[in-house]
Write a protein that binds this ligand. Structure first.
Ligand code: WTA
Length: 637
């Protein structure tokens, strides 16, 4: 395992942190040194935070896949790069060495070339968690195409929005996918989406379930037919440091999901550095990140980070509870997993099952545990620490975002403090600050405020695709000179950070980000709906649940069956507009919403009611119609 820039002790952490803030350019130049560069950079960091312009390693030329694959062939050619565990434990798992993965990526890259894909083209990928997905993503990077992976749980409409925003010319998909006991006809969803996507001229379909699918003449081709006789070598396209590597759509407080853009060199350095240091990766680790490649965690810590480091990454197609709630633990024993990285929502859902599902497995191989995506509550932390880590594995609670490219605040396993419900100390290169509402910095410990970042880091978001002004407005304009995270945080008496949660209209449901406005827009498509307001509320397993208040044109129907019919219809609309993952937990039909005289919905009140805290609603006298609040309270779900 590369020892380079590797932090091995608390003293080394403090030293690295000091250098990364005092002389960042020198620090990052040293970290970047051992990668494979076609040409080195002219300057390390160019940052104008207020304008949202952040360039790293300007002038450098490289290809990230040469760093993920070619670089390892002489020393790790026969080492496993990817271990694939299928949905059904009885079907064969698959292992790909670095050499095999290199060949498969090259072959897929040639197929893309043969189908007219060129540097800078956008390729959308809507595929199951199978090795071919990893191969497809890397194949895009090999030839300089910009990948945009869409989580395979999104609906046809959500795909269409993303394909159209990126003006993608090619879509990669499969015939179908397995998710626990369910099988989903993925290609059919893509077909429906593409009815409204004129930019797409080619769809390349990977066979997975062996299902017959409709192939549109002139547009759709089978991967296995295209790959026949195609070379397993492919020269890597030389990219500029700031050429886009990928787009990943994520939700914000307003409008449609935006395409977060990450570029090549900075993202690469950040993914590798954070991966090796946070998890303290060793050469023989079997590392398992349970995230789907459709989310940023899958991008950075299933795919790029592990491959850049030359590690073995396990890829799991299934779900935690299939065929039983012991599946995660079974997989850990089966493949001797040493580092395990998952989300609090998964831990909480498995905690609820009989402990014998855990006790049936030894879990002896485990060394480090990780958590990501949402705050981990103390109860879940202790269960994870005691029953899974057997009180000998450090937990890294990693705070970061799609926009940050990689982990920002977290313990380094076994090195910096790991305390329940604290993400911990910032990584080298990360300067977190707590801000007051007026934008002034809050000094000292034992303080709470808006979390912002004061200095550029290599993995920082570069832009939002096609609309830089949106990126500037969202992240850089709220507090000029800082990157604004949208999260609130507390710095405890020891200087460790605790992430409190979003301070904007973003909700985090089972670790998935949604804008409340995005869900409202979906609900409003339903003909039974005049207006809606969506808020999050605390949920034992999901972290946050979705609570929707909906006004119907004819008022609230008297009959329970009629109300149920409308609610079911609203759910159907959300599933069609966004996907099953955005289904509200509760829908309350109301005759009005609490609004101020200027027409603004008072979400504070709606949140309180959803939480069940109706005793202290604050001042309601400024409401246009205070009676509406009584009605909402009495009809609370
Ligand atoms: C939340 C996922 C508390 C946070 C990598 C952030 C967390 C949003 C943590 C980003 C954590 C992520 N503790 N909260 N360890 N990790 N979050 O873009 O609110 O899907 O702003 O990135 O998740 O979600 P995203």
């Amino acid at each position: 395992m590369p020892e380079h820039a590797r932090i091995r002790s608390l003293e080394e952490y403090h030293e690295a942190y000091r250098r990364s803030t005092e002389t960042p350019e020198q620090f990052w130049a040293e970290v970047a040194e051992p990668f494979t560069w076609r040409r080195k950079w002219d300057s390390v960091m160019n940052s104008d935070m207020a304008a949202g312009h952040n360039d790293w390693f300007q002038g450098a030329r490289l290809n990230i896949t040469e760093n993920c694959l070619d670089r390892h062939l002489s020393t790790r050619g026969n080492k496993l790069a990817i271990v694939y565990e299928p949905n059904d434990p009885h079907t064969r798992h698959l292992r790909l060495t670095y050499r095999e993965l290199h060949q498969e990526v090259c072959r897929f890259a040639n197929v893309l070339h043969n189908n007219g894909v060129e540097k800078g083209d956008r390729v959308c990928i809507y595929m199951p968690m199978i090795p071919q997905l990893a191969i497809a993503v890397l194949a895009c990077a090999r030839i300089g195409a910009i990948h945009s992976v869409i989580f395979a749980g999104f609906s046809a409409n959500a795909i269409a929005d993303r394909v159209n925003d990126a003006q993608a010319t090619v879509v990669l998909t499969s015939d179908g996918l397995n998710r626990g006991a369910k099988q989903i006809p993925v290609k059919r969803v893509v077909d429906e989406a593409l009815e409204s996507c004129p930019s797409v001229r080619r769809v390349i379909v990977t066979e997975h379930l062996g299902w017959p699918v409709h192939m549109q003449e002139g547009r759709d081709v089978w991967y296995h037919e295209e790959a026949e006789g195609v070379a397993k070598t492919c020269p890597a396209e030389e990219m500029g440091a700031e050429d886009p590597l990928f787009i990943l759509y994520t939700s914000g407080s307003t409008g449609k999901p935006k395409g977060v853009v990450h570029t090549t060199a900075g993202y690469m350095v950040w993914a590798d550095y954070t991966f090796r240091n946070v998890f303290q990766i060793e050469e023989n680790d079997i590392y398992w990140c349970t995230a789907d490649i459709g989310w940023v965690t899958g991008h950075t810590y299933l795919l790029y980070g592990p491959l850049l480091a030359g590690a073995t990454s396990l890829m799991f197609e299934g779900v935690p509870t299939y065929p039983s709630p012991g599946r995660f633990w079974e997989v850990i024993d089966k493949h001797s997993v040493t580092v395990f990285y998952t989300a609090p929502t998964a831990i909480r859902s498995l905690m609820a099952h009989d402990i014998n599902h855990v006790l049936a497995y030894s879990l002896d191989s485990l060394r480090v545990l990780g958590s990501v995506g949402e705050p981990i509550n103390e109860e879940a932390w202790h269960w994870y620490y005691t029953h899974i880590g057997k009180e000998r594995c450090p937990i890294v609670d990693t705070w970061w975002q799609t926009e940050t490219g990689g982990v920002m605040i977290s313990a380094l396993a076994g090195i910096t403090p790991s305390v329940p419900a604290r993400a911990g100390l910032p990584l080298p290169g990360v300067l977190p600050v707590l801000l007051n509402q007026d934008g002034s910095e809050i000094e000292g410990n034992d303080q709470e405020g808006y979390l912002a970042i004061k200095q550029s880091w290599p993995g920082i978001i570069r832009t939002t695709y096609g609309d830089h002004e949106r990126a500037r407005q969202t992240y850089f304009a709220p507090y000029p000179g800082y990157y604004f995270t949208g999260d609130g945080a507390r710095r405890d008496e020891n200087g460790l950070y605790r992430i409190i949660g979003r301070v904007d209209d973003v909700i985090n449901v089972s670790g998935h980000r949604f804008g409340t406005a995005e869900i409202e827009n979906a609900i409003n498509q339903n003909s039974h709906v005049v207006e809606s307001a969506v808020v999050g509320f605390p949920h034992d397993v999901k972290g946050q649940g979705i609570y929707a208040y909906v006004i119907c044109p004819e008022g609230v129907p008297e009959a329970e069956v009629e109300r149920q019919r409308i609610e079911a219809s609203i759910i159907e609309t959300i599933v069609a507009e966004i996907g099953r993952i955005a289904k509200p937990d509760k829908i309350q039909l109301v005759s009005g919403l609490p609004k101020t005289r200027s027409g603004k919905i008072m979400r504070r009140i709606l949140r309180k009611v959803a939480e069940g805290d109706t005793t202290n609603l604050g001042d309601t006298t400024t409401l246009l119609d205070p009676l509406v609040v009584d009605e909402i309270i009495s009809g609370r779900k």
